[in-house]
Design a protein around this ligand. Structure first.
Ligand SMILES: *Cc1c(COP(=O)(O)O)cnc(C)c1O
Length: 413
């Protein structure tokens, strides 16, 4: 089949999913708007503070809004949280004590391996503090065996860590339905266990969020979904009040917690980004369906399938060799608004074990709610594409990238 026909099919596949995507955007936008109205968010909240940032009504209002939208008792939403990894790290270090055990379901996201630590005695890890760590491996098909998980819980287990999005793994992402089933089963027998969910890339993709179905604590990055492409940095934590408070005591200091932290001009960007987030997530989802269809038309394995259930904005494509993942990332970079002339190279990114190649021609450095693609340099050479603040940009960038790859002989039609 020629490329024009494949593009046409991909566009139809995306349009077939558009109704479902629009319904979710509508639902989530209504949830956000209702919360803004209820909290009477006003011009006052968009102002800023400096120094200690005491009584920053904008910051406090934003945290109240986050808590309500994500159905937690409290929230910590700060530009001082430097990344998603940092937000998750605060949840771990704030809520685990020496002798406690962290039980992860599947291998956590790459950057967390160094947070957890190993026998190599790295500095400042959970391991160094005497916090124990175990993993319940996923089944071969990437699913979670509830029996194996319940079996693995010991009296020392304090926290179960789930990851909603697939990360750099070839597995289905964890749906809200699955999180619900897991959290509820754990709570029957172990009501005091903390169920933590790494919610990166999952926000506003489904109608419900993890805290609504039994999780206790979630964390994520503001340069992913909830920042709506506008937040220039930051992270969030939402959940049970005591757990958020402990994370806040780690971010600042015990006794200070959430009370200080100047917003330095970010309040408006965080509110505006949050208001835009459901819409932007919808654009990214349309782009992901388009890309999944086009790539499977080229004979590639994709996860999820074009019309598969989605719980995050990630589209994984098994490219199968090094040349193709490099060419795909370079293509996405070439068709980005910023740094289009730059050629991405695989490099040793801090926190990652394998070299990673990353295309991110974004207005916010490293933002992956803007169109981006990245891949760890390892078998079986899977590229992970996500984001896109407009569906037309995703379509344009992916189509031109694939054309270039065909012209270089990387695909045969
Ligand atoms: C992006 C991501 C993280 C880490 O976020 P950074 O902001 O890159 O530190 C953690 N977990 C998952 C699933 C992610 O997608």
């Amino acid at each position: 089949m020629d490329l024009d026909s494949l593009i046409h099919i991909a566009e139809r596949a995306a349009e077939d999913c558009a109704k479902g995507i629009n319904d979710k955007v509508g639902h989530n936008l209504k949830k956000v708007l209702t919360t803004f109205r209820k909290h009477k968010i006003s011009d006052l909240h968009l102002q800023s503070s400096t120094g200690y940032g005491y009584n920053d009504v904008g910051r406090e209002g934003l945290e109240a809004v986050y808590a309500e939208i994500f159905c937690g008792e409290d929230a910590l939403v700060r530009h001082q949280i430097v990344s998603g990894t940092h937000a998750i790290t605060l949840c771990y270090f704030g809520n685990l004590l020496p002798g406690d055990e962290l039980l992860a379901v599947g291998k956590p996201y790459d950057t967390l391996h160094k947070v957890i630590g190993s026998d190599k005695k790295e500095m400042g890890t959970l391991q160094e503090l005497g916090i124990k760590y175990r993993e319940v491996p996923l089944e071969n098909d990437g699913s979670i065996s509830l029996d194996a998980l319940l079996e693995a819980i010991s009296p020392e287990t304090r926290m179960i860590s789930l990851q909603r999005s697939k990360g750099y793994q070839w597995r289905p992402s964890l749906t809200i339905e699955e999180i619900s089933r897991i959290a509820k089963s754990i709570k029957i027998e172990w009501p005091n266990l903390i169920v933590f969910v790494d919610n990166c890339y999952g926000e506003f993709v489904e109608e419900r969020e993890p805290l609504e179905v039994g999780a206790d604590l979630i964390a994520g990055s503001l340069i992913k979904n909830p920042g709506g492409g506008i937040a220039p940095c930051g992270g969030y934590i939402v959940g049970r009040k005591d757990l958020v408070e402990r994370a806040a005591a780690r971010l600042t200091a015990p006794g200070i917690g959430k009370e200080i932290g100047p917003s330095l001009g970010n309040n408006r960007l965080f509110y505006q980004g949050l208001f835009n987030a459901p819409h932007i997530v919808g654009e990214a989802l349309w782009g992901a369906v388009f890309t999944a269809s086009l790539c499977s038309g080229l004979g590639l394995d994709v996860m999820p399938y074009p019309n598969g259930h989605r719980t995050d904005i990630i589209q994984a494509i098994r490219m199968g060799n090094r040349e193709r993942i490099i060419a795909f990332c370079r293509g996405i970079q070439r068709y980005s608004p910023i740094d289009s002339h730059v050629t991405p190279e695989a490099w040793d990114m801090p926190g990652y074990e394998d070299q990673v190649i990353m295309a991110s021609g974004a207005f916010v450095q490293g933002s992956s709610i803007e169109l981006s693609a990245d891949a760890p340099m390892r078998e079986p050479y899977i590229v992970y594409m996500q984001g896109g603040t407009s569906r037309q940009h995703v379509k344009l960038a992916v189509t031109e990238t694939i054309k270039d790859m065909i012209n270089c002989g990387l695909f045969q039609l």
